[in-house]
Ligand binder design. Sequence first.
Ligand code: GCU
Length: 602
Amino acid sequence: MLLLKRSLFLFLYLVASFSFVEAQNIFISNVQHRTTTSLNGKWQYVIDPYETEGMGGMPVYKNYIPKEESDRVEYSFTDGRTLWVPGSWNIQHPELRYFEGTVWYRKTFHQAEISDGKRYFINVGAANYLTTVTFNGEILGKHEGGFTPFSFEITDLIKEKDNFLIIGVNSARKADNVPSKVTDWSNHGGIIRDVSLVEVPTTFINNYFVSLDKSTLAQKTKIINGKLELAGNTLPEKARIVIPELNIEQELALNSNGTTDFSIDVKNLELWSPENPKLYKVTIEAGDDKISDEIGFRTIETKGKEILLNGEPIFLKGICLHDENPLRKDRANSVEDAKLVLDWAQELGCNFIRLAHYPHQENIVRLADKMGILLWEELPLYWGIQWGNPEVLEKAKQQYTELINRDYNRASSIIWSIANETAPIPDRNKFLSDLADYVRTIDDTRLLSAAIKKDQELDGHPDSVYTYNDPIIEKLDIISLNEYLGWYGGFPEECRNKTFKAGYEKPIIVSEFGGGAMQGFHGDKYTRWSEEFQEYLYQESIAMFDKIDGLAGMTPWILVDFQSPLRQLSGVQDGWNRKGLISEKGFKKKAFFVLEEYYRTK
Ligand code: GCU
C-alpha cells in the first residue's frame, strides 16, 4: 500500500514539475548595446546532487517558502548560501571544488516599470552545461552547451514586485555532450557569464550580419553586405542603416517575415587590421527599435600557401589561450579579465590568438577588435566525441549557430575551427565534413580549419618526414597541426632532423606545441619541468617549424598555466597544466622570451 502511495505521489510530482510555458530560446545579438538591467551579483543556491529538480516532492523552481509553522518545505534559498554570478561554483566553496551535477540558483528582483509596447527577456552569456531557466514558477526552457549565449522571454510573466528567477545548471560531463567526458581543462560549473534583463520594443532587431564583400576589395567603391532579422508580430516594411563616418544612410526594404539581405556601396573605407584596428559606428533602425555597434571591415582569404588579410600576406604570430583568469582561478568573464591576457599576448609580440577549445567570453572578442588582435575560435569537438550520433552533430550545429550569431560582426575573428585532435575515422570524417558545410552556409566570409595530428600520430615518431593527409583537410582552408615532439615523445634536439610534408597546397598553422615548466624551478636543459627544459624545447621547436614550406602562423600551447584535473603531479602541477609561458601568478618563464624574440624578428 505504502509503495503504491509513493509511486502515485512520484507520478503526480513529475507531472506537476514539467509545466512548460511555450518560451523559445531566441537569439538576441549585441545585448551589450541594448536596454538592460544586470542581474549579476550574489545569488542564493540549492544543490541538487541527484538531479531530482525537487526536494520532498516540491519542485525547486516553484520557490516554495513555508508560511505556517506546520508547513513542510525541504529546501530553502534563504539560508544564506550564495554564489557569485558570473563565476564558476567550483572555486567559490571548498565543498563544491569538484562538484559536477545540478545547482539551482535564485535571483529575486523588482521591476518598478513594466511598460506596454515592451518585451522582456532573460539573457545569459553562458552557463555550463545543461541549463533550465524558470521564472516566477514557470519553466521557460532549457539550453545545452556551456559557452554560448541564450535568451528566454518573460514578458507575460514579469511583475513589478518580487520576481524570482530560478536557473538550474547541470555541469555533469556526458559522453554525448559537446565536449564529451574527458577534457584537459577544468569543468567549471555554473553561470559563468553575465545575466541580464533585456528590454526591447515589441518588434525588435534580434540579429544582423555586416561584412565587407571581398570581391570588391581592390575597387575604389567597395560593397558592404548584410543580413537583418526582426522579431515581432507587427513587422515594419522598411529599416535603415546609418554609418555616419562613411556618409551612409540607407533605407532597406524588409521582406514580409521581417528579414532582408542588403548591399551598400561604400567609398573611402578604412580597412581594419592589427596595425589599424579601425571600427565604425554602425546603427540599424527598424520600427521602434535602434541598435548600434562598433564594426571593423576587413577581408580574410587564402591564396596557395598564404593567408591574405585585406589582400596582403600575413604571418600569424600567435599563442593559445583558455578562457580563465589564472589570478582569480575562475572563468574569465569581464573586460578586465580579457585585458589581462591580451596585454600579455601583445607583450609577447602576438597579432593572433587561438581561443581554445570552446567559445570564449564575448568581451575578449570585442576587446580584440579594439586592440587589433586576430582570433581563431572553435567548438569543443575534442577527445571522445560520439561522431556516429546524429544528435551530437545537431548539438554542434546549434552551438556553432549561436557562436557565429554572436561574433559574426567581429573583424578580429578570422578562423572557425571545427575540431581538435580527432582521429580520422569514417564517422568523424562524415561528421566534420557535414559540419564544415553547415558552417560555410552560415558564414562564407571566414576561413575554416581544424587542429589535426600527423599521419604518424605518435609524438616523437622516428620518421624524418612528418606527413599530413587527413581527409578532412579537403574541406578546410588551412592545415593546422598539433605537434609535441620533444615533450610527449623524443627529445628537443630531434627536431633538427624533421621536415613536414602536407598533401595539400594550403597554408599551414602550427596550432600547438610546447612543454611544461614550473615557474621558478631551474635546472639543466634536460631537467623535466625546469624553465631551461621548456626554453630549450622552444628553441628547437621554433627552428624546426620555421623551416616548414607554407608556414603561415603558429599558436604555441599556451600563454598561461591553466587548471586541469588531468594534471596531478604534486609539488609541480597540483591541478595545473604547466605548459604556460606565464605562471598562474603572472610570472614569465624563460621560454616566453624565446618566442618573443622569434616574433620580434619574424
Ligand atoms: C593537447 C590538447 C590540449 C592539451 C595539450 C596538453 O594537444 O589539444 O587541450 O591541454 O595537448 O597536453 O597540454
